[in-house]
Design a protein around this ligand. Structure first.
Ligand code: HEC
Ligand code: HEC
Length: 237
C-alpha cells in the first residue's frame, strides 16, 4: 500500500515535470486545440462578432464586460473583475462558482494543465504579442545600431551626448531618465516606460509615435532591423 502510494506520488511528479518541460510553443498549440471548446460560443479573432458569448480577442487585462455591443449578465458586469491569470483560470475551471449568476453555461475545464495551456494560448490573442514573431538578434542589432543610430547616440554607460542621449540601459526605464540630457517636453511628459511594444513603435516612426519629440529620425522600415536593435538595446546593462 505504502509503496503504491509513494509510486503514485512519484508518477504525479514525473508527469508534472514532463508537463513543465514542454515548450511554451507546445502549450500554445495545445491551448489552441482546447479553445475549440470555447468557439461554440465565442469568436477569438480580432474584431470577431459575438456569438452566444462575447468576442474574446484581447480579453486578458481587460475589465469583465468590456465588449461594447454585447449584452452581459448583471452578475458579470457587477463582478469588478479585471481578467488576470488567476481569475481567468478560476472562471474557466468553474464559471458559475467564480461569478455567481453568470450566463456562461459551461461546465469548466477541470484539468489544471489544460487550463494552463488555454491561458498560454489566450495570452497570444493580443496586438502586443504580434511583434514577438520577429525574433531579434543582438549581434545584428549592434551592426544596425551603428548604421542607423550612432550619428545621434552613444551606447556606453555615461556615454557622451551626440545629438540624443546615451542609450545605455534604457530598456525597462522610464523615458527621459538619462540625467543631464535636455529632453523635449513631449518626451519628458510621455509617461512611457520603454518596453518591446513602445520601442518598436517609436523606432518605426518617432515623430508619429510621439509628436513633438526632437528625435528627428525618419524611422526604420525593416521589422527585422527593429527587432535586432531591440535585442541589442536589452544587452546594454
Ligand atoms: C455555452 C456557451 C459558452 C461556452 C462553451 C463558453 N462560453 Fe465563455 N461566455 C459565454 C457567455 C454567454 C458569456 C457572457 C457571460 C455573462 O455575461 O455572464 C461568456 C463570457 C466569458 C468571458 C468573460 C468575457 C468578458 O468580456 O468579460 C470569458 C473570459 C469567457 N467567457 C471565456 C471562455 C472560455 C475560455 C471558454 C472555453 C474554455 C468559454 N468561455 C466557453 C458562453 C460560453
Ligand atoms: C537624427 C538623430 C537621431 C537618430 C538618427 C536617432 N535618434 Fe534616438 N533620439 C534622438 C534625440 C534628439 C532624442 C531625444 C528625443 C526627445 O527628447 O524628444 C532621442 C531619443 C531616443 C530614445 C529615448 C531615450 C530616453 O532616454 O528616453 C530612444 C530609445 C532612442 N532615441 C532610440 C534610437 C535608436 C535605437 C536609434 C537608431 C535606430 C535612434 N534613436 C536614432 C535623436 C536621434
Amino acid at each position: 500500500m505504502k509503496i503504491a502510494h509513494a509510486f503514485s506520488i512519484w508518477m504525479a511528479l514525473a508527469i508534472g515535470l514532463a508537463a513543465s518541460g514542454a515548450s511554451a510553443a507546445d502549450d500554445v498549440e495545445n491551448g489552441k486545440k482546447i479553445a475549440k471548446k470555447c468557439t461554440a460560443c465565442h469568436t477569438l479573432n480580432k474584431g470577431g462578432k459575438n456569438r452566444l458569448g462575447p468576442n474574446l480577442f484581447g480579453v486578458l487585462g481587460k475589465p469583465a464586460g468590456h465588449v461594447k455591443d454585447y449584452k452581459y449578465s448583471k452578475a458579470l458586469l457587477d463582478s469588478g473583475i479585471v481578467w488576470d491569470e488567476a481569475n481567468f483560470m478560476a472562471f474557466i475551471d468553474n464559471p458559475k462558482k467564480t461569478i455567481k449568476g453568470t450566463k456562461m453555461s459551461f461546465a469548466g475545464i477541470k484539468k489544471p494543465a489544460q487550463r494552463a495551456e488555454l491561458l498560454a494560448y489566450f495570452k497570444t490573442l493580443t496586438d502586443a504579442a504580434a511583434p514577438k514573431e520577429t525574433a531579434g538578434n543582438a549581434e545584428d542589432g549592434l551592426v544596425a545600431a551603428k548604421k542607423h543610430c550612432i550619428v545621434c547616440h552613444s551606447f556606453e554607460k555615461g556615454g557622451r551626448v551626440v545629438f540624443g542621449p546615451t542609450l545605455f540601459d534604457i530598456y525597462g526605464k522610464p523615458a527621459a531618465s538619462i540625467p543631464g540630457y535636455e529632453y523635449s517636453t513631449a518626451m519628458k511628459n510621455s509617461g512611457l516606460t520603454w518596453n518591446d511594444k513602445n520601442l518598436l513603435e517609436f523606432l518605426s516612426n518617432p515623430g508619429r509615435f510621439l509628436p513633438g519629440t526632437t528625435a528627428r529620425f525618419p524611422g526604420l522600415k525593416s521589422a527585422q532591423e527593429k527587432a535586432d536593435i531591440l535585442a541589442y538595446l536589452k544587452t546594454l546593462k
